[in-house]
Design a protein around this ligand. Structure first.
Ligand code: ADP
Ligand code: MG
Length: 312
């Protein structure tokens, strides 16, 4: 059921590419169901070839689905008026070498019919936003990949879209470039934009996303917030100093203790009682407790696990 805060709804979406060489067809997207709500940042993650770009291209009306449907802002994606409210950053955005950021943004602002004065203002705002004011006149052939990617994002923002669709926004960037792009996505989120992004860079996704869908061979194999996907922590880790051999021995005798090393004690995911018992032993033995944590698996771990379960 469509509800007021649903921005994007995908139902049973399927895309089969057929060619002379693949008469049976390549099932790039396979019965995909997905909902993105107002203000949400949703990321589709998945290995190369899992159907992420194909999904985005269908949403943008660049290719047609074999089956299924999708709606954006409650309207079918076939409705052209929807596209005015979307900003798109393609994978490997192509920018003409001889253009500068300023020229390109002014050109796009012109396409949207803004007046000359408004154009100047808008280009200024966008260049400031993406940190390209100082380099506004540098032609793209002299720009780093990170600089180009920031201009490409600015271009996607020219129409002040409510929904931003980003295909591999950090791909090909060095760590500094990836960090800058992540900060920009966070800024867009703060400004209330709904964001759908695709990525195989898991660390950044983890930082910005409200929900993640893991896609594999055209299908969504897992979906949820990072916490939901991670499930319960599996162990409790106590970081310690000054652990005497006697204390280590006493700890090893506890059923919940899995490992005792010089500066760390690992316990099965235990109840408070077991943990207190271990902490008391450490304390009594003159050990210093630095930290108690229950680490959750990283998105990378969740991703590998979900895909492994699919393969098996
Ligand atoms: P991703 O973006 O997750 O890397 P894609 O959507 O680009 O995945 O590709 C999904 C699958 O569809 C891959 O097997 C790819 O080879 C195939 N594919 C993509 N585009 C085409 C096309 N134009 N014609 C035929 N097959 C395609
Ligand atoms: Mg892709």
């Amino acid at each position: 059921m469509a509800s007021a805060d649903v921005v994007l709804q995908i139902e049973g979406l399927t895309k089969i590419y057929r060619s002379l060489f693949t008469p049976a067809g390549v099932r790039a997207v396979d019965n995909l169901n997905l909902t993105v709500r107002q203000g949400e940042t949703y990321s589709i993650v998945g290995p190369n070839g899992s159907g992420k770009t194909t999904t985005l291209k269908i949403l943008l009306g660049l290719i047609f689905p074999t089956a299924g449907s999708a709606s954006i802002f409650g309207k079918s994606i076939a409705d052209l008026s929807v596209r005015e409210r979307i900003g798109f950053l393609p994978e490997d955005a192509y920018l003409y070498d001889c253009f500068s950021g300023e020229e390109l943004l002014d050109f796009y602002a012109g396409l949207f019919g803004y007046s000359k004065a408004r154009r100047r203002e808008l280009v200024d705002e966008l260049l400031t936003l993406v940190g390209m004011q100082a380099n506004r006149k540098v032609p793209f052939r002299e720009c780093s990949k990170g600089m180009r990617q920031r201009i490409a994002l600015a271009q996607a923002l020219v129409n002040d879209p409510e929904l931003l669709i980003l295909d591999e926004p950090t791909s090909g960037l060095d760590p500094a470039g990836r960090h800058q792009m992540t900060l920009l996505i966070q800024e867009m989120k703060k400004r209330g934009k709904t964001i759908l992004l695709c990525s195989h860079f898991l660390a950044e996704v983890e930082e910005v996303c409200d929900r993640v869908g893991i896609m594999y061979r055209g299908r969504l194999v897992a979906e949820g917030t990072i916490e939901e996907l991670a499930g319960e922590p599996e162990e409790t880790v106590v970081t310690v100093t000054d652990l005497s051999p006697e204390t280590a021995q006493r700890l090893s005798a506890l059923p919940a203790v899995k490992e005792v090393a010089a500066d760390v004690v690992r316990l099965d995911h235990v109840g408070e009682k077991d943990l207190w018992q271990a902490l008391e032993i450490i304390h009594d033995g003159g050990g210093e407790i630095v930290e108690v944590s229950r680490p959750r698996p990283s998105l990378q771990d969740i991703f590998v696990k979900a895909i492994r379960e699919e393969v098996e």
